[in-house]
Design a protein around this ligand. Sequence first.
Ligand SMILES: [Mg+2]
Length: 233
Amino acid sequence: MIYAVTLDLDDTLWDTAPVIQRAEEVTHGWLEQNFPRITARYSVADLMDLRREVSANEPERAFDFTYMRRKTFHIVAQEVGYPPAEVVDFAFAVFLRERHRVTLFDDVLPTLQQLHGQYRLVALSNGNAEIDRIGLAHLFEFALCAREVGRPKPHPAIYTSACARLKVQPHETVHVGDHLEHDVAGAAAAGLRTVWLNRQRLVSGVQTTADAEIHSLIELPEVLDDLRRTGDK
Ligand SMILES: [Mg+2]
């Protein structure tokens, strides 16, 4: 039996790169208005480079994007002589507001609405998007992010935590995501069944251990029916 379906967020429910790029630019514009000495010294690209550097220096926390962004704002504020306490919370709030202005792929709402009530739905993400800020919370039972469980995908922790909280067995749960390592390999290692959402139709013949491959979420309800039947054998 399949009782629960866990879904990745970034690049599964929306295209992430343009959202982050715009959020970086809007945040930089806000800094320019409010703390101009920062932007006089750091371009958008400089801030991104600095954040990568901060992550590289603390690889064990690199998956905690909230921490890395806040730390980057802290460093640059200090560097140009603004009290970090006056900059960090506000700059990060501007970034987060923009980061939640996503455009859902067309297949997201119809599919989630169809699955809701039929399966228990959970959002599992390595990122810092929150489903309630995107207007999706009513369709999910809960969401877990890497930051909360302390390890990022593909580590099995987020998957085993979700199953424990649902009180369902991993093999009674299907994870759906776009990333072959984070979503497919990670969830499979935790004992979940897996569906690879291959929106880009990457070269066929890619070796994948996914139980099924789909190109649109519209295919998901039928694939879940199939998995349920094969699981019952
Ligand atoms: Mg993803």
